[in-house]
Design a protein around this ligand. Sequence first.
Ligand SMILES: [Mg+2]
Length: 307
Amino acid sequence: MSSLPLIDPDNALFLDFDGTLADLAPRPELVQVEAGLVGTLRTLHRQLGGAVAIVSGRTIAELDAFLAPLQLPTAGVHGAELRDAEGRRLEVPAPDLDRLHRRLEDFAQAHPGLRLERKPMALAVHYRAAPELETLVREQVAQALGDVSGLEMLHGKMVVEVKPAGVTKGSAVELIMRSPPFAGRMPIFAGDDVTDEDGFAMVAHLGGVGVLVGQRPSAATVSVPAPADLRAWLHRSAKALDGGAAGGAGAAGEGGKAGGPSSAHAAGADTHAGTDAGTDIDAAPAAAAAAAPSGSGTNPSASTTSS
Ligand SMILES: [Mg+2]
């Protein structure tokens, strides 16, 4: 059993957005950013010398809108879009998605619970409103993709995406870590989805730490139960880094966030019995957490998304 220490000034931080920084919502556009989160991210960005990046399946434009006015180094569309610490945009060549889009349009329109999303570098079919269509969506996207080269399918939570082949959250982390201010730091990657496993594997390869939000078998080395727990950890770390709010982690975590720290702490104690050490969020090795008996529907297959 290992715990999640507060963030160190020598860390580099990589954060997924949906299901990690923000609670999931019935539809992607309904996701809300908790009050105080942007301020905490700004503090961490300053205290870590700029080494805080967002790594998400969303576009950079969407992420900027959620976190405005903050603009962090960001990998969007699973790394197909990239904005480095200097604000420069590095993009892989845009794939030709028109034909694929046309092929999937009729299918999506025939099923009201589906939403076909066209991104600059990817296509996504969301089925959160019709989870029973998962298998059909997979089949239809695979069929539409056919033998098109340079593109590949990616299966996330309630979504099937088509994106440039070989681009992953792991490759994004690897690329960002090559340059200042990230280079030479110990990376921490926090994420919730199966698409984050590439990020966990990459930070492990680089000697860093993966933080899984949720419970399932994972390459992450620690886990927290829910986005509220992850945010509480960020808030406490920011306060500690920002000047030693000396009452420390415990007090810092108790800020005015609805349902946040106290429930987060309780959840941690529930899930990992006997680990309520009182300061840090308690976190178990992800594999052990996945085997733990809490009622959160352990998912034996990392490639399905019934969460
Ligand atoms: Mg996510």
